[in-house]
Design a protein around this ligand. Structure first.
Ligand SMILES: CC(C)(COP(=O)(O)OP(=O)(O)OC[C@H]1O[C@@H](n2cnc3c(N)ncnc32)[C@H](O)[C@@H]1OP(=O)(O)O)[C@@H](O)C(=O)NCCC(=O)NCCS
Length: 192
């Protein structure tokens, strides 16, 4: 049985998600320029499993996000991070249900470098963790990063996530084997 077919009891994620400085909402086709502005950058893609994107790859990514929005039940929530007050798209944050029986999800985030260093990734990710635990009813949310990605590891630590593993050469990306950290947090730890 597919993951989708096994998900019967699922509360929808309430969108948009608002935080003091941000609004997280579904991506639209019109977000192409804003998405490509960060997804095409070498410094953004350095530790990612994708990119730097060509325009066609950024368009395909948005098409994929829109396809995921239509799935019933929906298991992938890749959201645009927009900055108040103009609600300009400055990045993306994603939560994906990876194992419904174990109520487990996977978290990720990316921001345009113009907005790094202000706690915005932490703010977006914290809101997604909250939505994952309270709306979706997840029990455990994990996130992983390249071991050299100090900023991402720090974001996870600020969120109260625990480093549960350090994997050697766990991913092959563009002919290079990557070492990764796995972080996780439980609903009871986050909501405490
Ligand atoms: C990872 C990323 C989303 C962080 O965004 P951000 O808004 O700058 O994150 P925050 O401001 O919430 O927190 C970053 C933390 O990392 C720290 N940091 C940044 N660069 C660092 C470095 N090279 N070494 C150590 N710490 C670093 C910052 O000081 C900050 O910690 P602090 O609040 O204790 O000072 C952003 O760098 C990014 O988009 N990178 C490219 C995409 C990516 O790698 N995504 C994660 C994939 S796993």
């Amino acid at each position: 049985m597919t993951l989708r077919a096994r998900i019967r009891v699922q509360h929808p994620l309430s969108l948009p998600i608002e935080t003091p400085r941000l609004v997280l909402r579904d991506f639209r086709k019109a977000d192409f320029e804003a998405v490509h502005a960060y997804a095409s950058l070498e410094e953004v893609a350095r530790f990612m499993i994708w990119g730097p994107n060509t325009p066609a790859q950024s368009r395909a990514a948005i098409d994929g996000f829109i396809e995921d929005q239509r799935a019933k039940p929906r298991i992938v929530f890749d959201l645009a991070i927009t900055l108040k007050p103009k609600k300009r798209v400055i990045g993306g944050a994603g939560l994906r249900i990876t194992d419904w029986e174990s109520r487990t999800g996977d978290l990720g985030y990316v921001l345009h470098p113009d907005y790094w260093g202000h706690g915005l990734a932490e703010e977006a990710a914290r809101a997604l963790l909250d939505a994952g635990f309270t709306d979706l009813g997840l029990r455990r949310i994990v996130a992983s990063c390249d071991q050299r990605n100090r900023a991402s590891a720090r974001v996870m630590e600020k969120l109260g996530m625990r480093r549960e593993g350090a994997f050697r050469q766990s991913r092959l990306i563009q002919d290079h084997w990557r070492d990764e950290y796995l972080y996780a947090i439980l609903a009871e730890e986050f909501l405490d």
